[in-house]
Design a protein around this ligand. Structure first.
Ligand code: 0A1
Ligand code: ZN
Length: 854
């Protein structure tokens, strides 16, 4: 967005207005006297004038604080206080600031700053939560060492760094590594630990702990293994060692996001760390492993080297997501990981990039930074790192990262600094590459080809549609990985990376004896929408022969999209070509079962709505639903002989293991079960439910039973079995909504809000019901607007309690302009009702404004 954008918000801040801080901090001493409603925080901060700043204005951020007293160099003073912070007269020389403030963790339902969750104190400071703890220059370019004393009558008192001393009712911590305030953390509670240790490659022994509530101690082992694997991997692949004697992870039930990389004291949403075979699915295990890795990897990419300002958020997030995806590819299947990442990217990031919330990977303005923890910053940010690596090559990438760590350790830096290490390593000019960070929107890549005298030519065109505040786009550097197959299905050109830099560009392949079949954008080498005029026979051919597994699945997916498009817009019947191609993959024993399951899955209704809209149609949610049902039914019928065999062949014997191998067998068997349930009245599903001894098997069966109308007893039994386990009950809430027919989705969600276990203050529980509603495409988009109304009612209720989660969930409405006039009017009315709610939070106000305007 530019300054000309119509948002009338004077609170908007701009990247171009960045100025260095007037004062730097040398050291921070904090004392916490914990009390649920009246915690005292006493701070002693050594400030020095910043030689790189012309300003000598002294401003400290502070919100929701009661200032009890303040002093400068021991002299009591009376700063001018507003609801955003304070200003004071200070010496033009180093000085010591002291303050005492009172805060109320018990009433902090926003879950930012210091708050309470089930009797335990914990903090969340990213991005701007530290200012709810004490007065401070709460910006990432102010880095300092922290010493913390905690006084409280709870057995476990934790903060960042290493413990230095403790006694009855108090503990002291010191973190030797200078850090910005957003990485500060404190935890106090009646917690138990799962201990372990790791010896780094230079021989330093690090104590590791996962801290949980007493009942959860049997759910820590997997997370601990994932942590040790991550520590080893970062040493092996990036040469990065851990740098403290202690690494703590804490699980909390009330948390707005997945987890947080606080230095030496990572805090996790309990859903992202706790797992046992009985309570967590294979998908949960994989996600937990990835998130533990992600937070751990932040120790170098985020903590040791941090962001100069919040516009640079992708500097740490894009890179760290990229690193965790490399890790998962290495410890599991590279192809399966890539396919699932791209499915997620398309479902969430492409949707964002194609609507009112589109913004560059590095935004240039914002009102509320919390609203920019987006798929664009994270997932597209990771794609950009992946493209950079592809363009410079693996060796240069590693050398550039070595230089990055050497040059910028201990600093707060920018995307320019990041790209400069690549330029200095490779001699390349990355000026054009920078557009991936500054231009919003998903490039459309069109391709045509010709073949003459043994030369095959690919002609590409690129075009990026306008996005809010950015009407005109410049051409980007697009790495296009291409391979060529001959008509027998053999590869005649192995993967090469074409570097497209111009709006239109052609690439030649010489010396071919016949016209080849191209496999374009292998491994999804760039986050673009490929528009290729291919017939479905060719797609089926590539699905059978492509040596690139990503494109093999992609051809199947493109074929399915085309079949579904014709079913939706022309009333066509399911194409047997697709059903045959699918049957071939399903029964190909040479292929990885998890990969086969992905080929078996159909495009989601959201993906189809995007595709139709992009092709100039108005997506009709009912017609999309109907077509997907017809096609899945046709698949089940076509495969009816294979399904029982596949199901039986992929049952896993022996004790449960969440490893990729057995998990792959389970996902294939359960995909078969899902189809089989359409044919056998859920007989097999009921048998699996009754016999299940792990959550993957139990929930897969329950899903079938619920979806096909046989789930009443099992749903009750599941509740009775798991009512004591919050994380499992979250699944119970979500599944009932997800597995409804569209005419029942809203009523089911509504009824669940009246359940005694529904608690809007717990973000996981709220998301279980309303996330499931928002992702149920046909149920949410019911023609009478009941889905929109119910979600809006609850967002209005949630906003005063937890603005951050409200603002994230209002994105359910972001694609409102995609639909027919009636639905648009209904969604607009709900958005306006939210917008006009008195005292709406700034977080939600910004989002609703952008969604309505864009
Ligand atoms: N940095 C964390 C994500 C995170 C961001 C904001 C939060 O609260 C506003 C909490 C967590 C990560 O990337 O994992
Ligand atoms: Zn992160």
């Amino acid at each position: 967005m530019t300054k000309g954008h119509p948002m009338p918000d004077s609170q908007k801040i701009y990247l171009s207005d960045y100025t260095p801080p007037a004062y730097l901090v040398e050291s921070v001493h904090l004392t916490f006297k914990l009390s649920p409603n009246a915690t005292r925080v006493i701070s002693k901060i050594r400030f020095v004038p910043n030689p790189d700043s012309a300003s000598r204005d002294f401003f400290l951020h502070g919100e929701h604080l009661t200032l009890i007293r303040a002093a400068i160099d021991g002299q009591e003073c009376s700063p001018a206080v507003t609801d955003k912070g304070l200003t004071a007269q200070v010496p033009d020389a180093p000085f010591t600031w002291e303050a005492e403030v009172e805060i109320n963790p018990q009433d902090n339902t926003a879950l930012e700053g210091l708050y309470m969750s089930n009797g335990m104190y914990c903090t969340q400071c990213e991005a701007e939560g530290f200012r709810r703890i004490t007065y401070y220059p709460d910006r990432p370019d102010v880095m300092a060492t922290f010493t913390v004393r905690i006084e409280g009558d709870l057995p476990v008192l934790l903060s960042n760094g290493n413990p230095t001393d403790s006694g009855d009712g108090w503990a002291e911590w010191h973190d030797p590594w200078p850090k910005p305030s957003y990485l500060f953390a404190l935890v106090a509670g009646d917690l138990r630990n799962h201990p372990d240790s790791f010896t780094t490659k230079s021989g330093r022994k690090v104590d590791l702990n996962i801290w949980v509530r007493p009942g959860d101690i049997d759910k820590c082992a997997f997370g601990m293994e994932a942590l040790k694997k991550s520590m080893k991997w970062d040493e092996d692949v990036y040469g990065r060692e851990y740098d403290l004697d202690l690494f703590n992870i804490v699980a909390v039930d009330d948390f707005n996001m997945g987890a947080m990389e606080n230095k030496g004291l990572n805090i996790f949403n309990s859903s992202c760390v706790l797992a046992s075979p009985e309570t967590a699915t294979d998908a949960n295990f994989e996600r937990i492993e990835a998130i533990i890795a992600h937070e751990y990897f932040h120790n170098w990419t985020g903590n040791r080297i941090t962001c100069r300002d919040w516009f640079q958020l992708c500097l740490k997030e894009g890179l760290t997501v990229y690193r965790d995806s490399q890790f998962t590819s290495d410890v599991r299947s590279r192809a399966v990981k890539r396919i699932s990442d791209v499915d997620g990217l398309r479902a969430v990031q492409f949707r964002e990039d194609n609507g009112p919330l589109a913004h560059p990977v590095r935004p240039d303005s914002f009102v509320e930074i919390n609203n920019f923890y987006t798929a664009t910053v994270y997932e597209k940010g990771a794609e950009v790192v992946g493209m950079l690596k592809r363009l410079v090559g693996d060796d240069a990438y590693r050398r550039a990262l070595d230089l990055y760590f050497k040059r910028h350790d201990g600093q707060a830096v920018t995307i320019e600094d990041w790209l400069k290490v690549f330029e200095d390593t490779t001699g390349r000019d990355l000026g054009q590459f920078m557009r991936w960070y500054s231009q919003a929107g998903t490039p459309r890549l069109t391709v045509a080809d010709d073949f003459k005298d043994g030369t095959y030519t690919l002609h590409f065109k690129q075009h990026t549609p306008p996005t809010p505040g950015q009407d005109v786009k410049q051409p980007q550097v697009i790495p296009i990985a291409v391979g060529l197959l001959n008509p027998n299905g053999d590869e005649v050109q192995e993967t090469v990376v074409l570097e497209m830099t111009k709006p239109e560009q052609s690439f030649e392949f010489k010396g071919l004896s016949s016209r080849p079949v191209p496999s374009i954008l292998r491994e999804f080498s760039a986050p673009v929408i490929l528009e290729q005029d291919v017939d479905n026979k060719t797609r089926a051919f590539l699905m059978a022969h492509d040596s690139d597994p990503f494109n093999r699945r992609e051809s199947g997916n493109a074929l399915a999209r085309d079949v579904l498009r014709r079913m939706i817009t022309d009333g066509a019947a399911p194409d047997p070509l697709y059903l045959e191609a699918k049957a071939k993959i399903l029964t190909d024993k040479a292929l990885d079962p998890a990969f086969r399951a992905l080929v078996l899955s159909q495009p989601t209704q959201e993906e189809l709505a995007q595709m139709l809209f992009d092709a100039g149609h108005t997506p009709d949610p009912d017609a999309i639903f109907k077509a997907t049902q017809t096609l899945v039914q046709a698949s089940a019928e076509r495969l009816h002989q294979d399904l029982p065999r596949i199901y039986a062949a992929h049952q896993v014997k022996g004790p449960y293991s969440p490893d990729a191998g057995p998990a792959g067998h389970r996902v294939l068997a359960n995909s078969a079960l899902w189809l089989l349930s359409r044919l056998d009245d859920c007989k097999q599903a009921q048998a699996q439910y009754d016999a299940a001894d792990n959550m993957t098997q139990q929930i897969s069966a329950l899903g079938c039973l619920q979806y096909f109308g046989h789930g009443t007893d099992a749903t009750q039994a599941f509740y009775d079995q798991w009512r004591h386990d919050r994380l499992v009950i979250d699944k119970w809430f979500a599944m009932q909504v997800s597995n409804t027919r569209p005419d029942q989705t809203v009523a089911t969600a509504q009824a669940l809000t009246e359940h005694a276990d529904f608690d809007m203050k717990n973000p996981n529980r709220f998301r279980a019901v309303f996330g499931a509603l928002a992702w149920h495409h046909a149920g949410f988009h019911r023609a009478d607007g009941a889905g929109y109304r119910l979600l809006a009612d609850w967002l209005i209720k949630l906003d005063p309690v937890n603005p951050q989660t409200t603002a994230r969930m209002i994105t359910a409405f972001q694609s409102w302009r995609r639909y027919d006039e009636e639905r648009q009017a209904l969604m607009r009315a709900e958005l306006e009702r939210i917008r006009d709610t008195p005292d709406l939070s700034g977080d939600t106000a910004e989002m609703v404004g952008r969604i309505l305007e864009g």
